[in-house]
Design a protein around this ligand. Sequence first.
Ligand code: SGN
Ligand code: CA
Length: 519
Amino acid sequence: MNKSLFLSLGCISILALGCQQKADIPKQPNIVFIMTDDHSIQTLSAYDSRYIQTPNLDRIAKEGVIFQNSFVANSICAPSRAVMLTGKHSHKNGQINNRVTFDGSQQTFPKLLRAAGYQTALIGKWHLKSNPTGFDYWNILPGQGQYYNPDFIEMGEQKRFEGYATTLTTDFAINWLDQQRDKTKPFCLLVHHKAPHRTWMPDTADLDLYADKTFTIPDNFYDDYEGRTAAKEQHMSIHTGDMDLAYDLKMVDDDITTARPGLGLGKTARNMLKRMNDKQRAAWNKHYNPIIQDFKDRNPKGKELSEWKFQRYMRDYLSCVKSVDDNVGRLLDYLDNQQLSENTIIVYTSDQGFYMGEHGWFDKRFMYEESLRTPLLMKLPKGYTKKGAITQLVQNIDYAPTFLDLAGVDIPGDIQGESLKPLLFKDPVDSWRNSIYYHYYEYPGGHMVKRHYGIRTDRYKLIHFYNDIDQWEFYDLEEDPTEMNNLINSTKHQNIITTLKEQLHKLQIKYDDLDKTIY
Ligand code: SGN
Ligand code: CA
């Protein structure tokens, strides 16, 4: 056989194998899209096991895939949700910050799936102000929602439910799957948790879980922000009153004045506690009262206070994550027991990452790694052959086109993300994006993180802070993974900085985001 015939026969048989693999995949797989709010990569053990074990979330990664380079487009809640629903950057879907109201008349993936015969449902946090559109069924928390005995708005009707938000959201999701849906249709179910969002109120069952654990303080907990003005001028510090003793850390006691009494946070904290029933409140007091007493006795100051706050923050936050993990386990078990897993893609992500004391912070917003990255795990339906780590750069603009592609729906031309479907087979993918684009807008506003946009490649990051500042930052993530050295003026790096500026400009053309004056 001549060489070229041999090669082409080889290619045909590889192609045939590819086609056969792809022929085995479900035509309209079900979609279960689980999202949490503010869950950091650092606290999901499939990514990082320093702080907590999350066996149920890890199960998704173990049985499926884990995206090692998963990023958001704008690291804050409502914008992230709008990005995911539309597959477009914030300036295109209009949800540039948490303050504006989502235009629910625009194209979203649930609407397109519904038109293609899917049954669509949304349960849990929504946060987009306008009522959900494109869902056959919705049952959402109003605004940020409450952890204890929360109200839910079910198809326009608001009711209060006894229980803990993460558990209730999961109960409602399982109930919809089991009792409410039309079992003759494929479904797309969004299960969107409030947890582990501020103010990190654990379930009473989990209060003592980390009581005796001391967590290692990040190396850059005492960052001096040298060479990084925006980082210096934020209001999201553990060291200051930004993290409040009463409101955030539950030291609700008449002897403890909150760090920023003017904000009335002590009062807000008391109101949150007032939602509890007697049994919940008794368990709460049993846990926190001795901590409050100890705090008053020791009266820590300076570094001792900062480190005390860090430990308290970690304990409460991780307890909220533990409840997420348990509840995701319940949902996975239900899908397995009902033999739904084979035909279903299960996605786990967060609306963005979060700081666990890195740079001395909590919260998100910055284009630095901890808040730019977000967990992304998927358990795949049968026929999708990829297993383990996926290293390509992916972003939350990609979710909408991925869901549409999996469901065999044409991806509209105005969607800016890319379908991740080609990455879900074990065959190598020849070409993929080599950079992602980011743009954050909520300034001035809570936590005072200045407006910025930027580009990240697999190795470098370039950020421009603008508005009431005009400063560039450049990081070599291989040399400086915690982004402490802004090398924007480094002679050695000027060539790569120029190249990145050109690439950034190209991305702004590609995504049509050159005009910064519109917002
Ligand atoms: C609230 C929080 C902030 C948080 C924003 C945005 N304060 O305003 O700490 O940054 O939400 O979070 S709180 O007092 O209400 O807890 S987001 O995830 O919804 O974007
Ligand atoms: Ca969030």
